[in-house]
Design a protein around this ligand. Structure first.
Ligand SMILES: [Zn+2]
Length: 156
């Protein structure tokens, strides 16, 4: 698996492109929460430095809501929110693992933890640092993050 590190720039290859889209499966540690998610084999992962992403090392890639299916564990999820309460930090009540959540940047999509995917479906990972400490500025400057939760072919 390649690990290309890119800092502070917007790249293509988002999860709503129709190229090389595969079904990934994943879930929490204890197995209560399981999901499937359709996304490129080449993941675009955000490392955000906002207060909560720093504390929980919340690395994630973003997909449109319809690309994600919770297979089991709805009753086992609990939600933490703070500040604007737009982001929904959903995590397993039993093992505490946040395998997916609803990001403030993309409330119409999901942020998926690449480290919670089952092995075998990821070809490469591109890491982009997102300056969540200056969230409003970073969102305004970013060229593609909002499009990452749009269904394929409907980019703004
Ligand atoms: Zn669990």
């Amino acid at each position: 698996m390649r690990d290309q590190r890119v800092v502070g720039t917007a790249l293509g290859g988002t999860c709503n492109s129709t190229m090389d889209v595969v079904k990934h499966t994943g879930g929490c540690h204890c197995g209560a929460v399981r999901f499937e998610v359709w996304c490129s084999q080449d993941l675009h992962v955000f490392h955000c430095d906002c207060s909560i992403c720093t504390k929980k090392q919340n690395h994630h890639f973003i997909v449109p809501k319809n690309n994600f299916t919770l297979l089991q564990g709805l009753d086992n999820l609990t939600t933490y929110s703070f500040n604007t309460h737009i982001a929904k930090h959903t995590f397993c009540k039993t093992c505490g693992v946040q395998s997916f959540y609803t990001p403030r940047s993309n409330p119409d999509g999901y942020g998926i933890a690449p480290h919670c995917l089952d092995p075998g479906t990821v070809r490469s990972v591109t890491v982009e640092t997102f300056c969540g400490k200056k969230w409003e500025e970073s969102m305004k400057a970013h060229k593609s993050i909002r499009d990452m939760s749009q269904p394929a072919g409907e980019t703004h």
